[in-house]
Design a binder for this molecule. Structure first.
Ligand SMILES: Nc1ncnc2c1ncn2[C@@H]1O[C@H](COP(=O)(O)OP(=O)(O)OP(=O)(O)O)[C@@H](O)[C@H]1O
Ligand SMILES: O=C(O)[C@H](O)COP(=O)(O)O
Length: 438
């Protein structure tokens, strides 16, 4: 049973008395892209928690973030269908044969300012068992979710005012926001079943069988560079792809790549410096340059990393050429590894997918290694590009699919599953509310 190998200071859902309680539960159902769900894996893995809450007599109010609707520079928040929770609600309703209400609140260009009393009607329906649950709008539509200060404090209080108990089952949502952190200041709080399972499985990456290879790619350079530097210390080899690799290549070879900012290049300097001494980064030798942010015949070509010379200006680099995985050194490292952690979409999707496909099949060829994948897009790409393989490894003990990639990197950075701020907050909450039975 989950919970057995966890820190005893972590308050667990199964320790809570849920009967007739309104339970505010934070999930990471961040699976909507352009208004559609492509891979419901993150939702499916939380069904157990939802079922448990209801089975124990609780009444659930669900919430999640979707995408990044807030413009970091202006603070404007885009409230529209592209980042709505509606598709998630429709998916849940069709799976559970139950009805969920989605309350609507007035929004300005700076997002939703407050949870107003119009929600009381939905809460009455919930308490009287006429609906299966309430699903709040995208947490990042609320002005107080991400910013610090009064707006955030007041959102946390308004959220707390809706419920008796808070459950965090959002392993992927490691960022400390009102719905993952500040809410714990006000309500007895517990870790859900998915959170428990993921924290347990982190052991495999924190105490890996060696050689340990990390593969990190994708677009979120800003939040991943810090953890990546820390991960560097713990892996035997690091393979990069996506925007992260582009940034590294600029910093290492003194080239310019379209779309890579100078501040990011500066931030990559530390990694380049470390690697000059330790040589853990295994460079994929062939990259794909494109004239446009899309795929068009004759508008893209393969370049060799060894040909990059200082001062050269490149167009967009949008994929890793799959032939990179035929390189003897790359094959040898991935073939000899005993633990491989992958948070990596290697190319600009959906146009450039060869790199990711080649990565997944090369890793699968290693029959000895524990293969751990993490990240919303990472899993979705695996499923889309190698559907047969994805299905066949679902019950394979050598594979594990985390619902968050950034979270695993964060845990590696902290060298502990209990270093993520929302998890620390749960443990502090247990001390304050004395919720763990002695
Ligand atoms: N070279 C590239 N240029 C532009 N975008 C890229 C490139 N390579 C990958 N991407 C984009 O990166 C995105 C995936 O990266 P992301 O960091 O969001 O991964 P993730 O698996 O969702 O991880 P996490 O759960 O940590 O967010 C995809 O949208 C993909 O199109
Ligand atoms: O998809 C993810 O990685 C998680 O949902 C976290 O999203 P974020 O990086 O936008 O906080």
């Amino acid at each position: 049973m989950t919970g057995q190998n966890l820190d005893p200071g972590l308050p667990l859902l199964q320790q809570a008395d849920l009967k007739n309680k309104v339970v505010l539960v934070r999930f990471d159902h961040n699976v909507v892209k352009k208004g559609e769900i492509r891979d419901p894996y993150r939702i499916d893995r939380t069904i157990g928690t939802l079922f448990y809450i209801v089975q124990q007599g609780g009444r659930p109010i669900l919430m999640t973030h979707v995408g990044r609707p807030r413009d970091k520079k202006t603070g404007d928040i885009k409230v529209d269908d592209s980042s709505s929770v509606r598709p998630i609600v429709e998916y849940l309703e069709s799976k559970l044969h139950s009805r969920f209400m989605v309350p609507e609140f007035r929004a300005t260009e700076k997002g939703i300012q407050a949870i107003d009393t119009s929600i009381n009607l939905a809460i009455r329906e919930l308490e009287q068992g006429r609906i299966g649950g309430i699903y709040l709008p995208n947490t990042r539509w609320f002005a107080g979710e991400e910013q610090k200060g009064e707006a955030r404090e007041s959102l946390a209080l308004q959220l707390a005012g809706l419920a008796d108990i808070y459950v965090n089952d959002a392993f992927g949502s490691w960022q400390p926001h009102a719905s993952t952190l500040d809410i714990t200041y006000h309500l007895p709080s517990y870790a859900g079943w998915l959170m428990q399972a993921e924290l347990n499985n982190l052991e495999q990456v924190l105490k890996p069988e060696r050689p340990f290879v990390g593969v990190v790619a994708g677009a979120k350079y800003d939040t991943k560079i810090g953890p990546l530097n820390a991960m560097y210390e713990q892996v035997d080899y690091l393979i990069l792809g996506g925007v992260i690799y582009n940034t590294y290549l600029c910093a290492k070879y003194g080239v310019k790549i379209k779309g890579v900012s100078d501040t990011d290049i500066e931030a990559a300097g530390e990694l380049v410096k470390k690697d000059k001494e330790q040589g853990k980064i295994l460079e994929l030798p062939l990259i794909v340059e494109s004239d446009l942010l899309g795929r068009e015949e004759n508008a893209f070509r393969t370049l060799r990393v060894e040909d990059l010379k200082p001062g050269r200006e490149l167009n967009y680099i949008l994929d890793i050429d799959s032939a990179s995985f035929e390189d003897p050194k790359v094959k040898e490292v991935l073939g000899r590894a005993r633990t491989i952690f992958v948070n990596a979409v290697m190319g600009f999707t959906p146009h450039f997918t060869d790199g990711s496909r080649a990565l997944d099949t090369t890793i699968d060829a290693n029959r000895e290694a524990n293969k751990l994948y993490g990240g919303g897009d990472t899993l979705q790409e695996f499923k889309d590009l190698c559907p047969g393989l994805y299905l066949s490894v679902q019950d394979d003990a050598q594979y594990y699919f985390f619902t968050g990639g950034g979270s695993v990197l964060k845990a590696i950075e902290q060298r502990s599953p209990y270093g993520m701020e929302p998890v620390i907050a749960l443990m502090k909450n247990a001390e304050k509310f004395k919720t763990i039975p002695q």
